[in-house]
Design a protein around this ligand. Sequence first.
Ligand code: ATP
Length: 193
Amino acid sequence: MFGGAFDPPHLGHVALARAAVQQLGLDQLRVFPTGQAWHKARELSPPEHRLAMARLAFADVPHTMVDGRELQRAGPTYTIDTLRELQREFPQAQLLLVIGADQAESLHSWRDSAEIARIATISIAARARPTTDAPPFDASSLPPGRRESVELPPMPVSSTEVRRLAGAGQDITALVPAPVARYIAQHHLYPTN
Ligand code: ATP
């Protein structure tokens, strides 16, 4: 399971997905665009746009599919609900939660985090730190459970930065897959500030 707002999906997300599939030997990686994420204050772009962009972004990543179920759920999105559903659907499967280090740091505050860590192996990818003096990821905050690391060259890209550049009318083609850049332009998704 790899969840995110994907508003928009960028090359860091795609690199993480590729690395996770390869390094963790996944039979399948499911990408879940979140509904209204409970921990993101900002109003997200409409679900249909984030779903379409995720499908474009991850189309060429082996063993990977986009699963839109969280977008159809009423109310805020909780990872534990999706993991419980996956457990019911795939009772034999070993489940993994693929997550960037920034999100892993706050995992202890997610709903039912101890159960998340019991159900799924937490598979953490390093994320480029905003400043060089920012402390490195501290795994001691994680609830007890199985862990894996995903090695990824630091990719200092974020959806925030893509939105900012797009809003300023600047070129985003180095930061997002080409079909996503075209989609953003066609649908005027992040209007000029
Ligand atoms: P925003 O800037 O809007 O907060 P974001 O770039 O952090 O968005 P999300 O959709 O919130 O993107 O991220 C989904 C998942 O991908 C999270 O687990 C996050 O840690 C991870 N992730 C995002 N960007 C990177 C990156 N550049 N390198 C590694 N992991 C990343």
